[in-house]
Design a protein around this ligand. Structure first.
Ligand code: SAH
Length: 349
């Protein structure tokens, strides 16, 4: 058995069954662009070819085991089980103003162990394959079909560090953007990283149109190193040098998670302004999603607003994220860890 994402195998089957290219195209569009069910797509193939495809193609590699819909703002968390019995999360976001997005995982667990992250507490198990990365989006689209929606943006802000899984990340992004398959514009994909300079540069050279987002969270080396162990290996001067290289391809994004009395003071603001000055940057201020077992507290909303306005006044393009959807996407990993959310309604599948 090979997956529907194995292009060579699908082509071999097409030839073996003498399926005309136009019929294959319809079949592919049904699978990837319309996210139709396997049986509905199969009938688009000549009858004689169907049994061979059915016997040799695996339609999905992840099993959806849980879905929770937020009653606050329409985000849905999806928990999938891999074939080797690991759980991973994706979050569908349906912003009122924007396009439907999905936040996806790139690894089972994570080795980075950031102090504010539920996934980090699980430790690292393994990289996701390109098939498993792709399947999160396709399965989300299958669910969204019932609502006449389709994923327009893919965000790698779920479990794991995507730039520590470059091989599968590259394959998956190639597939997302390929015209015969998902045909997503690279600008609709965001890859968020803890900050691995050489991988950031390599990535931006291969995919100059894809948005890279650096999880900065502090522009003070000692504070950042306390929050994010990886910051010791890759200090801020290396992050700045990498951002300058990446900025040659377009705007960079810096994420700033606001933690009370950790990175939200006057000194922190000044350091952030100094660090980002002169870069074409978009700053995303994100609220902390608190979870059991974490002693950290998020900066209250009024202070977050003040921090963001100060950045705006200083000339920085700054967005303040509010919604629960953004919160749960930012904090992907929590449902797998705790299997419980606030504001969540369970759906039996
Ligand atoms: N490893 C990558 C991508 C996964 S985390 C990275 O570090 O960027 C995606 C984003 O969610 C990151 O900006 C991360 O810092 C943030 N995040 C993690 N835990 C969070 C929490 N509890 N609340 C809010 N944001 C969180």
């Amino acid at each position: 058995m090979f997956s529907i994402y194995n292009i060579d195998h699908m082509e071999m089957l097409r030839r073996r069954n003498a399926v005309q290219p136009h019929a294959m195209k319809k079949f592919r569009n049904a699978l990837f662009k319309k996210a139709q069910d396997w049986d509905d797509a199969l009938v688009l193939l000549p009858e004689a070819a169907r049994a061979d495809f059915k016997a040799h193609v695996q339609f999905k590699c992840l099993e959806l085991v849980e879905r929770r819909d937020s009653v606050v703002d329409g985000a849905s968390k999806l928990v999938f089980r891999t074939e080797d019995d690991h759980l991973i999360e994706s979050v569908v976001l349906r912003p009122k103003t924007g396009r439907t997005s999905v936040c996806i995982s790139s690894q089972v667990g994570c080795a980075c162990r950031c102090g504010f992250c539920a996934t980090g507490e699980m430790g690292f198990t393994r990289n996701l394959t390109a098939d498993e990365i792709l399947d999160q989006v396709l399965q989300a689209n299958r669910l969204l079909r019932a609502e006449w929606r389709m994923i327009r943006n893919v965000v790698f802000m779920g479990m794991g560090e995507p730039l520590l899984n470059l091989e599968h990340l590259f394959k998956a992004i190639d597939f997302f953007c390929a015209v015969p398959f998902f045909h997503l514009s690279p600008s609709k994909i965001t890859v968020s990283t803890v900050g691995i300079p050489e991988a950031m540069i390599q990535f931006s050279e291969k995919f100059p149109g894809v948005q890279l987002a650096l999880s900065l969270h502090s522009a003070r080396q000692e504070v950042r190193a306390k929050l994010m162990p990886m910051a010791r290996k890759y200090p801020l001067d290396q992050q700045r040098a990498a951002l300058e290289r990446i900025a040659q391809h377009g705007k960079v994004m810096a994420e700033y998670l606001m933690l009370e009395k950790v990175n939200d003071g006057e000194e922190d603001l000044k350091a952030l302004e100094d660090f980002l000055r002169g870069l074409p940057v978009h700053i995303n201020i994100i609220p902390f999603n608190e979870y059991d077992g974490s002693s950290l507290r998020g900066t209250p909303r009024p202070e977050r607003e003040r921090f963001a306005s100060r950045l705006k006044v200083a000339g920085f393009d700054t967005t303040l994220r509010y919604s629960l959807g953004a919160d749960i996407s930012a904090a992907c990993g929590q449902l797998v860890k705790e299997k419980q959310t606030h504001n969540g309604v369970m759906h039996d599948l």
